[in-house]
Design a protein. Structure first.
Length: 376
């Protein structure tokens, strides 16, 4: 198809009269597929180059284990060069999150053991036995064992809420009372909970020409939850709020801008209301950077509760885009290195944060949690 576009690309030099030229342009437009539309910006504007973060960074959301690489993760990359790759990007410490427990968690911790100053690892617990009469006892045992092994927090994602079903065949709301032993155990053992139960909002809308994440959903049809069988996005957000509200002793880091980067007003209300809530900005500079004025105000207001994060895994680092977004006033910049941006076809704008806020977001907020004994 690209070939065809090249052949069809027209200029006034290749076509004779202006009328013939216009006719060819109209014909080309009708044949152009969305995936072949890669416009080149003609904007000429100053752009500040960023090659490193202003301060050393704690990346609060990364994946070095089975979540990103499957069970053979130890063969998928070389640990020493992976750590060097992150350090070269100015990252001094990472939270490595995985939904494993027991022996697989033990193996992951041992694998990462050569770099104790670099890794904090979050694990998980088995929720598939939710209806077992001993669920509470089993959960507490798993959490205590994990904690004793060196696990410093818990990770849950949309496998609850949008994947797993209970014995009645129903999806499990994240604020379901049966999950309480997990949140109580996390509070008792000082394990913050990194959680992601479902976003972006567009994944809950039909995959049609109006969907702002159309191409992404075309490429990953299984990411669509636009079906009556699933909880709606607004139900999920209400469940998430109730979870945080009813477990004030448990610290929740709600990944990806609280799962609602499209609506920072709502996230701001949550942060104001619930002191046990933090957000990470992993994989959401696409959302933040398309609303730079709102995002900047949000960062100023909630500067103590936002954690720098990228959702990166070895071999897939995109940190410079984050630094450029947070530190500069650059305009109409890409949010990733992909030729066609993967999370919506738009560009973003930098928010020029002050040094004080950058320090907090880059490492101080994460380290405050560390100092509280909540990380490592
Ligand atoms: Zn992740």
């Amino acid at each position: 198809m690209l070939q065809m576009i090249k052949q069809d690309a027209v200029t006034t030099e290749t076509i004779g009269s202006p009328t013939a030229y216009k006719r060819r342009v109209i014909a080309l437009e009708t044949n152009l597929l969305l995936r072949n539309y890669t416009p080149k910006s003609q904007l000429i504007v100053e752009r500040q180059f960023v090659s490193a973060p202003r301060f050393p960074v704690v990346d609060a959301h990364t994946h070095f284990g089975p979540m990103a690489f499957g069970k053979d993760y130890q063969e998928a990359y070389q640990l020493e060069s992976a750590v060097a790759e992150f350090r070269a990007m100015g990252v001094k410490h990472v939270i490595n999150a995985d939904t494993i427990w027991g022996e697989p968690l033990q193996r992951l911790l041992e694998f990462l053991q050569p770099y104790p100053e670099f890794f904090t690892t979050f694990g998980s617990t088995d929720t598939s036995q939710l209806d077992h009469p001993e669920f509470e006892r089993m959960t507490l045992r798993t959490l205590r064992e994990g904690s004793a092994m060196g696990m410093r927090g818990l990770k849950f994602w949309k496998n609850i809420s949008l994947g797993q079903k209970d014995l009645q065949g129903k999806f499990i709301a994240i604020d379901d009372q049966r999950l309480s032993p997990i949140w109580n155990g996390a509070a008792e053992l000082n394990l913050p909970v990194l959680i992601h139960i479902g976003d972006p909002a567009a994944f809950f809308e039909p995959t049609d020409p109006c969907n702002e994440r159309y191409e992404e959903l075309q490429n990953h049809p299984d990411w669509s939850f636009a079906h009556a069988a699933f909880f709606s996005f607004s139900e999920l957000m209400d469940q998430q709020e109730r979870l945080i509200a009813t477990n004030p002793q448990t610290t929740f880091i709600v990944a990806h801008m609280g799962s609602y980067g499209e609506n920072l007003g709502r996230v701001s209300e949550w942060l104001s209301r619930y002191p046990n809530m933090y957000v990470d900005l992993a994989a959401r500079i696409n959302e933040l950077g398309r609303q730079p004025y709102t995002a900047r105000t949000f960062f100023e207001k909630h500067q103590d509760r936002i954690l720098f994060a990228t959702d990166a895994a070895p071999g897939h680092l995109d940190h410079l885009h984050y630094y450029e977004f947070l530190e500069t006033w650059n305009e109409f910049i890409p949010y990733s290195s992909a030729a066609v941006p993967g999370q919506g076809r738009w560009q973003i704008y930098g928010i020029g944060l002050s040094e004080d806020i950058l320090r907090k977001v880059y490492y101080q907020n994460a380290e405050t949690l560390l100092a509280n004994g909540k990380f490592s």
